[in-house]
Design a protein around this ligand. Structure first.
Ligand code: FAD
Length: 222
């Protein structure tokens, strides 16, 4: 029921999946595919006030995950030049066993760990902003580009994709032998996030770009 995965060598000891190791995915292209399909990263840092995890948009560059926010953003301040963790999760299904103990979820998730650096080069900053803008829906070419002052007000950090792992669960529930033949239902419900019909702002000064118009009915995570 639950797919066995083809594993290759983990990237580091601390990104070696121990629990549910049969669900581990270490192939670079597969992990990148999940990062490409994901939309939000939950980024965890240690701040002076304690651990903090915040959801953020991200972009994938050449071997790095870019994150951005306001210069005053507390997470980015704490996370710059520090060891951080970013997790991307895609929920693919709800898995119902005969007992809640064995309930589960189908998912694709990637955990990235490492030291993030502040991006200060102007060219790389602009490229990172484009990658983040285009990550979910490529809209960079249909918007006004950021001004110099908007760029100055933005902090961009880059987290190397050199220490990461993925976990993937698919299929139905795994029921335990003592539940065999009992009268309880068991199975799974696929879950997807489908774009609705786009709605133009009252002050929209142009026709809806095709890249937006064509979203309706598509799956965010495919
Ligand atoms: C949507 C969703 C819901 C979940 N709900 C629960 C829950 O309620 N309870 C629960 O115990 N677990 C849940 N999990 C699984 C959870 O993410 C962990 O994999 C699991 O709890 C094992 O934790 P551990 O500390 O023993 O991991 P270990 O295997 O010891 O972790 C070692 C390393 O493996 C990697 N790793 C671990 N988990 C993941 C992952 N999910 N994705 C990518 N890499 C990973 C990381 O690099 C980590 O540093 C859920 C996962 C998802 C995606």
């Amino acid at each position: 029921m639950d797919n066995e995965r083809d594993n290759v060598t983990p990237m580091s000891a601390r990104t070696t999946v121990r629990r549910g190791a049969n669900r581990a995915e270490y192939r670079l292209e597969e992990m990148h595919e999940i990062l490409r399909a994901g939309s939000v990263a939950h980024v965890g840092v240690i701040t002076e006030e304690g651990p903090l995890v915040l959801p953020m948009v991200y972009g994938i560059g050449d071997g790095v995950m870019y994150l951005h926010g306001a210069l005053a953003n507390s997470l980015l301040k704490a996370g710059a030049n520090a060891d951080i963790c970013a997790t991307v999760t895609i929920l693919d299904g709800l898995v119902y066993a005969k007992t809640p103990f064995n309930h589960s979820m189908n998912y694709r998730s990637v955990v990235v760990r490492g030291a993030a650096r502040i991006v200060s080069d102007e060219q790389e900053t602009l490229q990172a902003l484009q990658l983040m803008t285009d990550h979910v829906v490529p809209t960079w070419d249909v918007v006004r580009k950021p001004s110099a002052s908007e760029i100055r007000a933005t902090r961009v950090i880059a987290l190397p994709l050199t220490e990461m792992s993925a976990k993937v669960r698919t299929g139905g529930a795994i029921n335990v032998p003592e539940d065999e033949g009992t009268e309880y239902w068991s199975g799974y419900v696929p879950v997807s996030t489908i774009y609705g019909a786009p709605i133009s702002n009252e002050d929209a000064g142009a026709d809806m770009p095709a890249v937006i118009r064509n979203l309706k009915g598509r799956d965010l995570h495919q």
